[in-house]
Design a protein around this ligand. Structure first.
Ligand code: FEO
Length: 170
């Protein structure tokens, strides 16, 4: 059985993950409008990952005898001005999510909920990758600057990303 406080905190995290999905969908739409279909594809795959993150929490709450309570999802921005700006925002957002996951781990530790700690470790590890991936693209875009040829090259590369659902969908 999950505690009331951890249940509430995870419900808030479900909302943050669903907002992440929304944010990356909005970014995908913006890139598509800018005719950068590879970037748009990358963001679409990222949005699918966020849905998975949310559903993994959703299923965990139910499995532990808790109650899922869904809240309204905030409206994301719709104009991201430039690829570098969008990826900077993505990187900052992932840092925010990491802090939030760390907060959940702090709570599980305080409550001596070892099952929750084991479950949350997956997200701790996932966030290392989430931050590193966004940060890498920020660095690449900084190097590229206004070089449109290089932007199109990166666009082609990001167009290769595909979504592979993890097999441990609990
Ligand atoms: Fe669900 Fe991008 O962290």
């Amino acid at each position: 059985m999950i505690s009331k406080s951890l249940n509430k905190a995870i419900n808030e995290q479900i909302n943050k993950e669903l907002f992440s999905e929304y944010l990356y969908l909005a970014m995908s739409a913006w890139f598509a409008k800018e005719n950068l279909d590879g970037f748009a594809n990358w963001m679409l795959v990222q949005a699918q990952e966020e849905r998975f993150h949310a559903m993994k929490f959703f299923n965990y709450v139910l499995e532990r005898g808790g109650e899922v309570e869904l809240a309204a999802i905030a409206k994301p921005d719709k104009s991201f001005k430039a690829p570098l700006n969008a990826f900077k925002m993505a990187y900052e957002h992932e840092q925010f999510i990491t802090k939030s996951i760390n907060g959940l781990m702090d709570l599980a530790t305080k409550e001596k909920d070892y099952a929750a700690k084991s479950f949350l470790q997956w997200y701790i590890d996932e966030q290392v990758e989430e931050e590193a991936t966004a940060d890498k693209i920020v660095s690449q875009l900084k190097m590229i600057g206004d070089n449109m040829h290089a932007i199109f090259m990166l666009d082609r590369e990001l167009g290769q990303r595909t979504y592979t659902p993890p097999t441990t969908a609990e």
